[in-house]
Design a protein around this ligand. Structure first.
Ligand code: PLP
Length: 410
């Protein structure tokens, strides 16, 4: 999508608004599947939590993808989008046995990440095959909050506990049909990732009834020029060969599964916000927009970088700005950023706004969550309406307390 297309969306649907380019999603999906073309049996499960709009899930269904889910609600959304439960994998962390049983009863593939639940589930439902999430204790990530494979991580069953895991499987008579790892977001170094996969292969060989190995995700996408990103083509080349070798030694053509979120949708998304005010202080020029961390929290939460362009004046002279939101606490999108000259009323476009942006939006400050638009063939399809006051009041219950009469205003 170019600046003109984006501006057109802002004019048609108002601001703030999220826009997703269907072509970018499709081409990222195709990049991934062609990188692993040499694998006979490839399963891509799109990680719903990155961007969970039902129309996005329908697009992935059309492409032939399955879904990776972390809550029973995401499972229900996927089923509502028409995805077959057998193509959904459920990888929760710290949820109750009841929720896992509920999801299993829908015919969804369960992925269990701790021995306590594995033991209880296996004892009650030995006929339901499960996948186990292994923690190989490899630190592949960039950001400590989103690195989940290290030794102190709450995720997965430690490789040091495999002997106990095998005893549980034997004693309950349950079937393990998959092994899984997800080392955390942002794989910067393919070598480190491949090292973790070797640990997973070694673990996989200990299970007799595997149908798949799931290598999780964490593919890094570029946020700005010069950023390191995961070389999917190189990873595909190296891992495909190794995987096919494993299948030979295992004696069965099992499936290779991935569950990317960010890689598939991050770059497809733009967030559009309008500049309400330009404020010149002694040290800084602020551009204050009609949004805040209630709509796009990643810069404040993770220190994430999002490119910002002034699409109302793309050819303007570059000047330095701090772009800030309207929330009543520090709410900075970008500091000292070179952006083409901004006037009040201009529309700014934030890039890499497809993953973990709308899905993390809130009603903080009692603001409405934005609208969402899916762009395809030069057309803007509204896929979520902007909220209204009704949404803010929905589920709120008004009570009037009986206070002592001397406290009540006459
Ligand atoms: C969040 C998550 C993913 C997706 O991670 P990305 O970095 O967005 O690709 C995949 N698998 C699991 C288990 C997750 O929790």
């Amino acid at each position: 999508m170019n600046a003109k297309d984006l501006l057109h969306v802002a004019q048609e649907h108002g601001s703030p608004v999220y826009v997703y380019d269907a072509d970018t999603i499709v081409s990222q999906y195709e990049r991934l599947t062609s990188a692993f073309a040499k694998v006979e049996n490839l399963r891509i499960h799109y990680a719903v939590k990155a961007l969970s709009n039902i129309s996005i899930l329908k697009l992935f269904k059309q492409l032939g993808a399955g879904l990776d889910t972390v809550s029973s609600q995401e499972v229900q959304l996927g089923i509502a989008a028409g995805v077959d439960p057998s193509k959904i994998i459920y990888t929760p962390n710290g949820v109750s046995l009841e929720e896992i049983e509920k999801v299993a009863s829908m015919g969804v593939q369960i992925n269990i990440d701790n021995l306590s639940i594995l033991e209880q589930f296996g004892a009650k439902h030995p006929k339901v095959p499960v996948c186990v999430r292994i923690n190989p204790h490899v630190m592949a990530g960039g950001n400590a909050n989103i690195s989940v494979g290290h030794i102190d991580s709450k995720f997965g069953i430690s490789i040091h506990q495999i002997p106990h895991l095998l005893r549980i499987v034997e004693n309950t008579g349950m079937t393990v049909n998959g092994v899984h790892m997800h080392t955390g977001s942002d794989i910067l170094d393919i070598g480190v990732f491949l090292y973790a996969t070797e640990i997973l292969f070694e673990t996989a060989a200990k299970f007799k009834d595997l149908e798949f190995i799931d290598f999780g995700s964490g593919f890094k996408v570029p946020y700005k020029e010069g950023d390191v990103s995961t070389d999917i083509e190189d990873l595909g080349e190296q891992l495909s060969g190794r995987f096919n070798e494993f299948c030979k030694s295992y004696g069965k053509d099992i499936a290779l599964a991935f569950e990317p979120g960010k890689f598939l949708v991050s770059e497809a998304g733009h967030f559009l916000a309008q500049v309400n005010v330009i404020k010149q202080t002694t040290s800084t020029v602020f551009a204050g927009v009609d949004s805040g961390f209630n709509h796009l929290i990643r810069p404040m939460l993770y220190g994430s970088y999002h490119g910002i362009k002034n699409i109302s004046n793309p050819e303007g002279k570059n000047r330095f700005y701090s772009v800030v939101g309207y929330i009543c606490e520090t709410d900075t999108f970008a500091q000292n950023r070179q952006i083409s000259e901004i006037s009040e009323g201009d529309i700014l476009a934030f890039s890499n706004a497809g993953a973990y942006c709308y899905s993390m939006a809130s009603n903080y400050n009692s603001r409405y969550r934005p609208a969402e638009v899916l762009w395809h063939n030069g057309q803007a399809h509204l896929i979520r309406e902007r909220e209204t006051m009704e949404d803010i009041l929905k589920n709120q219950v008004e009570v009037e307390l009986e206070l002592n009469s001397d406290l009540v205003e006459a």
